[in-house]
Structures are given as structure tokens and as C-alpha cells.
Design a protein around this ligand. Structure first.
Ligand SMILES: CNc1nc2c(CCNCc3ccccc3)c3nc(N)[nH]c(=O)c3cc2[nH]1
Length: 375
């Protein structure tokens, strides 16, 4: 299929832009935040909840789903959509990052990543070909190349070695994708290179030459200072083709989404809205608040008086604090519904601001609303 992305509006004073990504299971308006659904579920939410909250595309994960429930189970449903009853677009990560961050006794060779399952200790070899085959069997709309994410800090030589393996694997991924999926779904290359601008340029040029449907910046949000992440993204994003979507993996806070959209990024994923919800940290326009704090004990107001989500329309901070203190299951669901709505609404407001030529005003207001001590 011709590459599936077109830019629909551009900011004149920053690199922010809106775009449209046409995928097999639907169209995605960018900038977009993609809720993480590691094990075929965005924890505590149904697909109807996700749609009501404004989710356009969700994330699945090759590593997790391959280990449990296993591809043979998902094959019975012809893919992840029917298995989890989500009929919108799905992006699957290739498993590289999860092997490094979750598995034990991982060994990387040119062949692939050999590792021990964090579930039962069984040994596996994840090759570029295998990762693409699993993502095709998941019927993923956006497939990610298998890559090697380098930790932070990393010596230049280690960053170079990881990007060379990543580049070699990208070629093998593209070959398998062309042979086995007929290019039906989109395939994204992942730029590595640590915090070294010259290595990032080398990686971006090598992947651009292979002509992918879209490109991701990997190797960020791995413990580096925030400003360093912004600087690496600022230097690397313009090296990628302007007519292809640019995805920054594992990012980030609301501020990160605003700052990286301003630098030209189109797609984001992060566990923060869902994970922090389960830890009682709620996002609002004024900043974050911790619902366990005793100051909310008798507060009859919603989390955020300007929020239109189900939680804010129906429940008070006092009730949410009570549920959280009681470790009631409903606490996780209501907190997650709110946080996900906040992230999805933030990206929807950015899309409108860019389309209407007022992104800088939006960015100023975003910071002006935030109270120093949080919400
Ligand atoms: C949090 N910081 C961070 N995350 C990164 C990820 C994973 C992105 N999230 C995908 C996901 C999908 C389903 C379930 C859970 C997570 C990366 N993935 C790849 N392939 N390569 C990276 O360099 C890379 C770098 C990252 N930094």
C-alpha cells in the first residue's frame, strides 16, 4: 500500500503538525496518544471505555503475548482484534525493549535476542523474522522492527554496536514484512544511537534509505535528563522524512507530549496515565495530585472541575480517596478512566490548536494553568 500518512496542517512558528494515518482498521488523527494494552487489555478498561475516552489506536506487545497466551491461542481469532474485541487500529511493539527490560539472561547476537521467559524461565530466541511473523499473526496495523534499545548512559562504542545490529535487523524485518504480509500493514523503523547526534544521524539515514511507512525514535525515556531527551529529539526528528509519521516510544509526561509535538513528533505511548492511576496519581490542568493525600478527605469537588470525563462528572475527590484508601477495585477503574481521558483530551486539544494556527498560544496557556505545587 502507498505510505499511509498525510500532513493536514502545520504550525508556522514550531515544527508541530497535524496528520492523518490511514490504517487497515481505521484512520488515526495525529498528534496521537496511544494507550498501552500490554496483555491485550488496557488495565481495568473495556474497549467501549477506550472509545468513549477518545482512544483511536492502542498498543499491544509481541514479547508478552507470545509468552502468554501464546500465538496459537490468538491465531484461533485471526488476530488480536477479535481476541480482545477492539476493532480499531493496534500498534504492536517488536519485543526488543521488553526482552531487555523484563526477561532474564538475555544474550544479543546478530541472529537475535535469546532470553529466559520472566514467567516460567523457558528459553527463547526472538529473531527479526520471528518478531515480524508474530506481529503479522496478531494482525497488527502498525508493526515495529526488532531493535536493540541501549540503556542510558552508554559508551559511544556500545551505542554504535547497538545501532549497527538495529540497522541490520531492520533490513531483515523489512524483507520478512514484504514477503509475508504483502505490505498490507504499516512497518516502522526504529532509530537508535543513544544520546549521540552523529550516531542518530547515521541510524536515521540508514533507515530512511530502506523506505519505511513511518519511523520511531527509540532509546529515549530510559533515564536520561528530560532536556537531553528534548535535545536528541530536536536534532533527530528533522532527519526523518517529513511525509512519514514520527513516533517517540515510551514518552511521556503531559509536558513531554507538548514539547515533543512542538519539535515535530506525531505519535506517543506511555504507561504513565494507566500506571500512575493505579498508584493514586491523577493528572489535571493544574498539575498532578495524589488522591491518597488527606487534604482530599472531605473534598466534595471532582478531580478537575474542567474535566468532562465519566469520573469527574459523577464522583468527588472524597469518594475517590475513600476507594483508593480501601484498595477497592473501582478506584483503579475510575482513576484510569480519568487519567486516560486527560491524555487523550490533551492530544485532541493540541490537534485543534495546530489546525487553527494557535499552537503557541495553546502551549503558553498549558504552562500558565499549572500551579507550582501541583493540583
Ligand atoms: C518507557 N520508556 C521507553 N519505552 C520504550 C519502548 C517501549 C515503548 N512502549 C511499548 C509498549 C507496548 C506495549 C506494552 C508496553 C510497552 C521502546 N520500544 C522499542 N522497541 N525500542 C525502544 O528503543 C524503546 C524505548 C523506550 N523507552
Amino acid at each position: 500500500m502507498p505510505h499511509p500518512f498525510q500532513v493536514t496542517a502545520r504550525c508556522t512558528t514550531t515544527r508541530a503538525r497535524t496528520g492523518r494515518l490511514s490504517l487497515v482498521h481505521g484512520t488515526v488523527e495525529t498528534p496521537v496518544f496511544m494507550p498501552v494494552g500490554t496483555l491485550g487489555t488496557v488495565k481495568s478498561l473495556t474497549p467501549e471505555d477506550l472509545t468513549a475516552a477518545g482512544a483511536q489506536i492502542i498498543l499491544g506487545n509481541t514479547y508478552h503475548l507470545y509468552l502468554r497466551p501464546g500465538c496459537d491461542v490468538i491465531d484461533r481469532f485471526s488476530g488480536l482484534h477479535r481476541f480482545m474485541n477492539w476493532d480499531g487500529p493496534i500498534l504492536t511493539d517488536s519485543g526488543g525493549f521488553q526482552v531487555f527490560s523484563l526477561a532474564r539472561l538475555t544474550r544479543i547476537t546478530e541472529a537475535g535476542a535469546s532470553f529466559q521467559s520472566h514467567i516460567d524461565g523457558s528459553r527463547h530466541l526472538l529473531t527479526p523474522e520471528k518478531s515480524i511473523e508474530i506481529q503479522i499473526s496478531l494482525d497488527s496495523d502498525v508493526i515495529m522492527c526488532l531493535d536493540q534499545c541501549i540503556a542510558y548512559p552508554a559508551e559511544r562504542a556500545a551505542a554504535l554496536a547497538a545501532l549497527e545490529i538495529t540497522t541490520q535487523w531492520a533490513g531483515r524485518c523489512r524483507k520478512t514484512w514484504r514477503e509475508q504480509s504483502g505490505e498490507k500493514n504499516a512497518l516502522f523503523g526504529i532509530v537508535q544511537g543513544g544520546m549521540y547526534d552523529d550516531l542518530r544521524r547515521m541510524s536515521a539515514e540508514a533507515l530512511t534509505a530502506m523506505d519505511f511507512s513511518g519511523y520511531a525514535l527509540g532509546g529515549l525515556s530510559v533515564g536520561e535528563p528530560n532536556q537531553m531527551m528534548y535535545d536528541v529529539a530536536e536534532a533527530a526528528l528533522p532527519l526523518l522524512p517529513g511525509d512519514r509519521p514520527k513516533y517517540i516510544m515510551g514518552v511521556g509526561t503531559p509536558e513531554d507530549l507538548v514539547e515533543l509535538t512542538a519539535r515535530g513528533a506525531d505519535m506517543f505511548d506511555c504507561v504513565m496515565p494507566t500506571r500512575n492511576a493505579r498508584n493514586g496519581q491523577l493528572f489535571t490542568r493544574r498539575g498532578t495530585l495524589n488522591i491518597a493525600n488527606s487534604r482530599h478527605r472531605t473534598d466534595t469537588a471532582p478531580v478537575d472541575s474542567e474535566c468532562a470525563c465519566y469520573t469527574c462528572r459523577n464522583y468527588s475527590r472524597a469518594y475517590l480517596r475513600h476507594l483508593y484508601q480501601s484498595r477497592e477495585l473501582l478506584a483503579y477503574r475510575l482513576n484510569t478512566l480519568h487519567n486516560l481521558h486527560y491524555y487523550l483530551d490533551l492530544t485532541a486539544r493540541m490537534r485543534s490548536a495546530i489546525a487553527e494556527g494557535r499552537f503557541e498560544a495553546f502551549r503558553k496557556r498549558f504552562y500558565a494553568d499549572r500551579e507550582p505545587g501541583g493540583a
